[in-house]
Write a protein that binds this ligand. Structure first.
Ligand code: IMP
Length: 426
């Protein structure tokens, strides 16, 4: 196996967990490289359902090393809950490592996130309120705490002398929120130190070198999706990290030449949670039908997901900026009972009839865009037990081959159900 990155190719929730779980089986080191507990991955193993937010689901396999990379942001309380759930199920956590360079989400980050969302009169993002944006903001502003700071009293005290006067002023004057004393934060940090202590990998450089030198197999686990990328997504309706394939480098410590393949996971239709443009969104019965058959409700927030037809315009863009070398197409079985399936190949501007076949990055014009669809015939049969590509009904293969043609990217995996066995490797 070569070294692979798994990225979401749409707006998150594409079924990455299942594909990651499948590929983790052959990996030695699994690295989660971006995001925080805003992500929600559900994995069914040995008849039990596990919900992961930050810890790589590869931890369910014995003998794998799972690293929470430097590119992530970690909410200590959420991490502790996840750990406790795994301990309850007697999962071996000896392979779990945290990069000392990962950033800590402090209470003020979740408070500011919640405040901003609840009080936004305009420009609401619909965040998960897990403090993601404010944590990354402070990381870039160079006023965030890293995991390693918890283990150096000197660094911690010095940093807090810089951070707290600024932060408190902002909390009080801008948001009207509670301020923090140094002693209070030091106490919190003492608690966090204990939570993370068994997992912090201070020898991460040696560890990465060893895995690379010994030709071990590395799997980079992305979170969210390309269209939520802070640089390339539907900005400002995005998350605050880089879910694209390139994020695997900045968020792990490995350079681009370590990566052989980038697999973009996409659903056979599109979903999105939170606010923001979504040209192929279906607000009618068809949208409800897809939501119902596809069980489209959020793992982290429980929110019903917005649903729409497959959008090849954004997907072609995702193939480029996400760096995809192939696609894993999931949930195609959701269409088993559909007479017709639509596929958006271009956008039309209602104002002047202008046609877009390339994704327009200015999202403020998206409200004027309507999808141009091609219609494909359904296959009218249950495909959830099919194991080989050749055994798929002709109409299903036609649909997949048309996607490959438009996207100029091969589909390497087709998922026809939630179980590991319901996967066609092409
Ligand atoms: P944040 O990441 O909590 O700041 O939220 C920013 C946007 O990203 C919102 O639209 C969220 O709904 C969306 N988002 C964040 N994480 C996920 C995810 O794991 N799946 C789908 N959408 C997500």
């Amino acid at each position: 196996m070569s070294n692979k990155v798994v990225v979401g190719a749409q707006w998150g929730d594409e079924g990455k967990a299942k594909i990651t779980d499948l590929l983790a089986l052959d990996a030695d080191l699994i690295i989660r490289y971006a995001g925080g507990c805003n992500a929600g991955h559900t994995v069914v193993a040995n008849g039990k359902t596990f919900k992961f937010h930050l810890i790589p689901s590869g931890i369910l396999y014995k003998g794998k090393t799972c690293l929470i990379g430097n590119g992530t942001v970690i909410l200590p309380e959420s991490f502790e809950t996840e750990i406790n759930e795994l301990k309850k199920e007697n999962i071996d956590l000896s392979g779990l490592k945290i990069s000392p360079l990962a950033t800590i989400t402090m209470p003020w980050h979740t408070e500011v996130d919640g405040y901003s969302e609840d009080n936004a009169k305009k420009g609401k993002i619909g965040t998960t309120k897990k403090g993601i944006g404010p944590t990354y903001t402070d990381k870039m502003a160079r006023i965030a705490l890293k995991i390693e700071d918890l283990y150096s009293t000197e660094a911690l005290r010095e940093k807090l002398d810089v951070i707290l006067p600024l932060k408190n002023k902002q909390l009080e004057k801008v948001y009207g929120l509670k301020t923090y004393s140094k002693e209070e934060v030091l106490d919190l940090c003492e608690k966090y130190k204990k939570i993370f202590e068994p997992y912090v990998c201070f020898e991460w450089q040696k560890m990465l070198e060893d895995f690379k030198r010994n030709g071990k197999r590395i799997l980079f686990e992305g979170a969210q999706g390309v269209m939520l990328d802070v640089d390339f997504g539907t900005y400002p309706y995005v998350t605050s990290s880089n879910p694209i394939g390139g994020g695997a480098c900045t968020g792990s410590g490995y350079g681009p030449k370590v990566i052989d393949e980038v697999i973009g996971v996409a659903k056979a239709y599109v979903t999105r949670v939170g606010e923001g443009p979504f040209v192929t969104e279906l607000t009618d019965d068809m949208g409800d039908k897809i939501r119902e058959i596809g069980h489209e409700f959020g793992v982290t927030t429980g929110r019903p997901r917005r649903c729409g037809w497959f959008d090849a315009v954004t997907m072609k863009y995702a193939c480029l900026v996400g760096g995809l070398t192939s696609i894993a197409l999931t949930k195609i079985d959701v269409f088993d009972s559909f007479d017709e399936i639509k596929l958006c190949t271009a956008y039309k501007d209602k104002r002047d009839g202008k046609i877009y076949t390339s994704y327009p990055t200015n999202v403020y014009i998206h409200k004027y865009l309507e999808p141009i669809y091609e219609t494909h015939k359904g296959w009218g049969e249950d495909i959830s037990n099919i194991k080989r590509y050749e055994d798929l009904p002709q109409n299903a293969r036609k649909y997949l081959e048309r996607l490959e043609e438009i996207l100029e990217t091969p589909i390497s995996i087709v998922s026809v159900g939630p179980d590991r066995e319901q996967t066609i490797i092409k």
